[in-house]
Structure formats: structure tokens, C-alpha cells
Design a protein around this ligand. Sequence first.
Ligand code: SP5
Ligand code: ZN
Length: 344
Amino acid sequence: MIFVYSPLHARHDGGKELYRGEFVPTFETPARVGHIQAALQAGGFEQAPPREFPESRLHRVHDPDFVEFLRTAFARWHAEGREGCMLPSGFPARGLRRDRKPAGISGSMGYYAFDASTPIMEGTWDAALAAAHSAMTAAAMVSEGKSAVYALCRPPGHHASRSVYGGYCYLNNAALAVQYLIDESYGRIALLDIDYHHGNGSQEIFWERDDVLFVSLHGTPDSEYPYFLGYADERGAGRGAGYTLNLPLPLGTGWDSYASALDVALEAIRGYAPDALVVSLGVDTFERDPISGFKLATRHYPLIGSRLAGLGLPTVLVQEGGYAVAEIGANVAGVLGAFAARPA
Ligand code: SP5
Ligand code: ZN
């Protein structure tokens, strides 16, 4: 299997996040990628660089003003004499106006963000754009006939919606891959999100669409990030009614219950009969993940890979979360190795 990798991810570094009342270095670090890359190289995977795409590809999924904000945010901050990392400190919650965009940089951050855990630094845009290009490159390769390609995206993407960033995510890499596949080759796509956290951004982007089935397995939003989306009663709207499926699971979920929920997800995907599959592949479901609450062990990740391969679909796999840095390589390579072992 080919994996798409860009060294530009490393420009997104040095950020802080608000965690339990304090600013701490983000759990989402450049070291994550090094471990995944090393494990894939050791496993005989072939590395390829991302291609470039016009910004109009981003606008298939994101609002142009949002893309412009992300592209120019740090320069605007810097022009006001500031350094370091940007984090918002106020949001348009209930009762406040969200019908007009503040002119200044501080208000703009709150307007476009939904948490204070997603810093923008000098290199954030370069990294986010390279991750988006990596996901679209994987989609292009699958459109051109590869059976499965993995995009080693960093920063991740599934929390980013059409015009809001958060959850360490800026551009929605998986959604861009889905849209690329639809624009170039396929009619119907299943987007399966197995990151520990609900993919609120992906859900919102495809909420009213019937050409994309969004299925997510995640920690219950009753206690888990992103808190305000991801319940089972969210099923889509308009033409998209019935094309969103959330399977929230309790804290402490181990392999047996996880596997049952995954089987429900895979049955829903089979029922939809898509032309291709995109997987939002987070491995923050791991038992020693520092910010998550499931109990999967390293030996379970190949079982996930085999089950995904059993769908027999052209597949783009996109990296999302996973913060147990020492084990992230083994866990990702476990999924991909078992997936790649499927009969061609
Ligand atoms: C892509 C991705 O995995 N983003 C996750 C962003 C999570 N950010 C907030 C984490 C809050 C964690 N709450 C701590 C609970 C400790 N048991
Ligand atoms: Zn996650």
C-alpha cells in the first residue's frame, strides 16, 4: 500500500491548548508522524509525496472566507506585533451575534473556532494545506485505480466543518477526499469515522447529502469531546435524512463491545452499497491514549483492518487522532497491514 506523506506537517509545532484550566503543550505533536512513518517504512509500505491542487478544491467543502481566514490569520496576528500561538478567548454562544464577522483578529478567531485547544502558529497553514493535499492525493490515486491508499495527515481534520475549526483540526482532510472521489469518479461514498471523538465537522459537511453515508463510532458526547454533537438521534436532514449514523459508546468500552458496534457500522455501509470508502482513522481508541477513554489494545488494530478490508471497496484511509505517541506507529501499522493483506 502507498502512504502519502509531507514533511511540511512539522511546521505546525509549539502550540498550546487549554486543558483542565491550564495551558499545556498540545497533545497533537509532530512526533506522532515520525512514529507512524517509521512503522510504515519498516512494514514495507511505499511513501509518496502529495500533489498540489488549486484552492477551488478546498471550496468544495469549506467556505472561501474561512479558508482565507486560515491562510492569513497568523500574518494578521503578527502584524499586530504578536508572536507565539493564537487561541480564541470568546465565542458567539447563545444570545450573541453570529450574523456579522468581527473585523479584528481576536474576534475573528472566536467567530471561526469552536474551542480554545486548536492553536494557529506561523506554520499552521502550510501544514494544514499539505495534509489536505495529502488526503486529496490519496483520493486521486484511488480514482486512478489503486485499491487503497493511506494519507498520513497532520494536522487531523474531522472536527473542522464548512467554516469552523477546532479539535486540532483546520481543514477537513477526509471530507476533501470524499468530495474529490465524488467529483472525479464515484457516485456514492461511505465515510466511516473510527476516531475516538465524534467527527462533528464531517457530519455537518454531509448532513443534508444522500451521496455520502457518514457513520461514526465514538466516545459518548455526554462526557467526551466534542460534547455538543454525536448522539444517536442525529440522522441527517433533507435529502440527507437517514444518511448519518452515530454509534456513541460508553467510557471504558473494550474490544468486544467495540467490535459489535463496528459490525453494526459495517452492515450499514454494506446496506448503502457505496462505490468507495473513506476511513477517518484515529487510533485514540487505544487503552493508554492520554485524552481518551476506550480500552483497545495494540493486538485489536489488525482486527479492525481485516474487517474494513472485508467491505471489498476502493478505500482512502486518512489519519485523524491518536496521542499515545510511543504506540501510535504499531497501532496504525496494525490496521493498515491487515487491510493490505486482503486478497486483491
Ligand atoms: C482529532 C482529534 O482526535 N481531536 C481531539 C481533540 C480533543 N481535544 C479536547 C480534549 C479534551 C479531553 N478531555 C480530557 C478527558 C480526560 N479523561
Ligand atoms: Zn480523536
